[in-house]
Ligand binder design. Sequence first.
Ligand SMILES: *[C@@H]1O[C@H](CO)[C@@H](O)[C@H](O)[C@H]1NC(C)=O
Length: 354
Amino acid sequence: ARARDNGLALTPPMGWLTWERFRCNIDCENEPDSCISEQLMRDMADRMQQDGFLDAGYKYVIVDDCWLASTRSEAGRLQPDPNRFPSGMVALGDYIHDKGLLFGIYEDIGSETCAGYPGLRGHFETDVQTFDDWGADYLKIDGCNERSSALPADHEAFGAQLAALGRPIVYSCEWPLYEHGPHNYSAIAATCNLWRNAHDIQDHWQSVVSVARLYALLQAEQFAFAGPGAWFDPDMLLIGNSGLNEGESRAQMALWSVWAAPLIMSNDLRRLDAASAAILLNSEVIAVDQDTLGVLGRPATVRFSPNQVGCGAAAGYALRELFSHGDLGVVTPVQEIAAQVPARDALMYKLTVQ
Ligand SMILES: *[C@@H]1O[C@H](CO)[C@@H](O)[C@H](O)[C@H]1NC(C)=O
């Protein structure tokens, strides 16, 4: 009951988000294929439904910053850019829902979004009503352009408006990222379904490594608060872009899944190579991420015995490697498991009690 109690995100949310791949590209005249627009969102919804992503669990299609018009409407409502979203947000939500997918929208708790579009400050009640009218299922709320000291009360007040709606909406926060510490993770987990601690992930291996380092630093402090309904969010999957090679892509997928992290892709699903698709759609790895217990994994040394990771059943364990779908026999709790892991790659072992 310590998690945001809205019945959502009982396993880590899975989906697709515009930001890492498409940024704040608003130039639809010169780059119609990759600007933030209703067409881009529809294209991705099509691919998610037709190429197996929805079946694999990726449900949320989320538009990040730069979907907004530069001003509110005369009535004070948020409105999308009329040139890039000519059919409006209700129509976009309907399109996404008709595919069996769910609709996610970005906003910012402060006066403006990070890219300078109208923010939520002073409009929480109206804007929650607008998002509800549009059929939003997931809100990614950023923290630019607000004072650190205002962040706790802001996030709780916005969460209270969401709770007053007739239906639940996933509430994704960046509260600890923008708050000068220390953070009250008890309050954060009771308010938000997921929270970001780190700056935006970038499309290269060093960025994955820096997220992993931060995770190692934070695990003791915040693991107690993560679990069904309340997740630590290490940011988007980079897989399918140009920054990670195949091994590095496996490594990111393995880390995020062991961490029970949200699996939110940001790539161009219209131009996805087969190796990236296979990694993103690996059902055995996704099953680790989506385990309903929601216990976050902890790093161990490369040589380890089942005992060292808390698996002490005397009957032993069937050992399986999930990327190769390989059965590797039975190990006892004290037996050493050692492997040659190629640099910047991953093997992912699952131990099933005998
Ligand atoms: C943290 O938040 C919880 C729950 O909202 C509250 O009960 C507690 O007093 C807060 N702790 C601190 C140190 O502010």
